[in-house]
Design a protein around this ligand. Structure first.
Ligand SMILES: Cc1cc2nc3c(=O)[nH]c(=O)nc-3n(C[C@H](O)[C@H](O)[C@H](O)COP(=O)(O)OP(=O)(O)OC[C@H]3O[C@@H](n4cnc5c(N)ncnc54)[C@H](O)[C@@H]3O)c2cc1C
Length: 429
């Protein structure tokens, strides 16, 4: 079957170090744990299992990092959509505090892994800036910064002049700086995780799409499309926004819209200095958020909404190129070199979901667009769950698989939601 989502047009595929060989699985195999999906979640699970001497086989339909993990904006942002006070309200003081510590530490984990395994990953750690696009959002970002300050984070509120100087754009009324954030070359990081997992003893097979998972004795048989079978005591499924129909009704629990990104050619020194001179990464408070940064080659990239379907021509990115010109007039006339997109997995309650449809079979789904840190940390937690069998090792509760109502209409939902948010978000889009 032709690959409908080639990686080749992305900036990351063009600038990542070569991948380690991950040949297709061509014979039956046994492992303690079989992991389906070679994104950050699956690769981090494999790495953390192998480090404990637990044998792991990863089966990936394409190549490690082919999904969201090799296509994203590379912004390493701690936290989830919910702020500490909301988390405590929802989970209670004790479990809430544990979850706040977990989500607050996700960026640390990424940079620790890069350092500890000597990964060949271009990165910066100068913080994440969130711009407020309305007066109401100024209050939100002030509250957010205050809540993280209470947790000991040196968060800083930015006024209009400060954010304008930090971003090189006058489009925001204010914002906040979270010093824990940073940027990575995302495909290099996925490949770095894969290399570290292989070195620790995990087996990773690309071009090995899983077609069926069946219970067998105390464990499972995981069968690939080409017929090879992995027998494993436990199974972890982490197929993110590319989840298919392996598990009944699972795909119907998420909406998986495409997020689109454009990248300029490398900027000259003066132009580069006029944009985000502090080297932070940034996204904003819109419902259909915009995210932007410079990369290690001094290219400027900006991502945001796009059509739900796969793109058919460069015209599908034209709205983002107009946004760049409006927000950063100094870039007017700078050619765009790369345009690509990828799917994010969104749940209805905006929390990542764990499911355990059968004892020993764990599913992680719903990265909510913050997966660089979150999915790396979730992988580590899933490895702990594999080792202990205890749900208490997972950061979020295990919940039943509950399809979204009228999921068959989700493309229409997404289009309607996008149209509505475009009206209500106002401003540049
Ligand atoms: C355009 C874009 C921009 C983003 N920007 C950011 C950002 O700046 N910061 C941030 O934190 N997050 C961002 N995200 C989100 C982040 O990329 C994801 O949360 C994260 O990569 C998800 O990792 P994952 O391991 O869950 O899934 P994925 O990386 O999507 O991996 C899932 C894998 O499962 C495989 N698979 C599917 N079905 C099967 C099967 N049957 N058998 C075997 N393999 C299968 C797929 O081939 C795929 O490789 C962005 C996402 C996109 C798409």
């Amino acid at each position: 079957m032709a690959d409908p989502f080639p990686l080749s047009p992305s900036l990351w595929a063009a600038t990542a170090p070569a991948a380690a060989p991950t040949p297709p699985i061509d014979a039956d195999a046994e492992a303690d744990v079989c992991i389906i999906g070679g994104g950050y979640a699956g690769l981090s699970t494999a790495l953390h299992l192998a480090e404990q001497g637990i044998s792991a086989v990863v089966l990936e339909a394409h190549e490690p990092g082919w999904g969201g993990s090799g296509r994203n904006g590379g912004q390493v942002i701690p936290g989830i959509k919910y702020d500490p006070v909301e988390i405590r309200e929802k989970f209670g003081p004790e479990a809430g505090e544990a979850l706040i510590r977990f989500v607050g530490g996700t960026a640390d984990l990424v940079f620790d892994l890069i350092a500890r395994h000597g990964m060949e990953v271009p990165f910066t750690r100068n913080g994440w800036i969130q711009g407020a696009h309305t007066q109401e959002m100024i209050n939100t970002v002030k509250r957010r910064a205050g809540e993280w300050q209470q947790q000991g984070v040196a968060a800083k509120v930015l006024n209009k002049a400060e954010i304008e100087a930090a971003l090189g754009s006058n489009q925001y009324l204010g914002g906040w700086l979270d010093p824990r954030g940073g940027g990575v070359q995302p495909l290099a990081y996925a490949r770095g995780l894969a290399k570290a997992a292989l070195k620790a003893g995990a087996r990773i097979h690309g071009q090995s799409r899983v077609a069926a998972i069946t219970r067998s004795g105390n464990g499972f048989e995981v069968r690939t499309e080409r017929g090879a079978v992995v027998r494993a005591g436990k199974v972890v499924l982490a197929t993110g926004g590319y989840t298919g129909d392996l598990v009944p009704k699972l795909r119907q629990t998420i909406i998986a819209p495409n997020s689109f990104i454009v990248a300029t050619r490398p900027l000259g020194d003066n132009l580069a200095a006029s944009l985000m001179p502090g080297g932070q990464v940034s996204s904003d408070t819109r419902q259909l958020l915009l995210y932007f940064r410079k990369d290690h080659t001094n290219r400027f990239l900006l991502g945001g909404r796009g059509p739900f379907r796969e793109p058919t021509s460069d015209a599908d990115w034209a709205h983002l190129e107009r946004v760049v010109a409006k927000m950063f007039p100094q870039l007017e006339g700078t050619p765009f070199e790369y345009r690509w997109c990828g799917r994010v997995a969104l749940t209805r309650d905006f929390f990542p979901h764990f499911h355990e449809p059968e004892p020993g079979f764990l599913i992680d789904i719903g990265c909510m667009g913050r997966g660089v840190g979150l999915q790396s940390a979730v992988g580590k937690a899933m490895a702990a769950w594999c080792a202990s069998g205890k749900r208490a090792d997972l950061p979020f509760p295990v919940v039943p698989i509950e399809p979204l109502p009228f999921h068959a209409l989700h493309k229409l939902y997404v289009s309607a939601i996008i149209a509505w948010y475009r009206l209500t978000d106002g401003g540049v889009k």
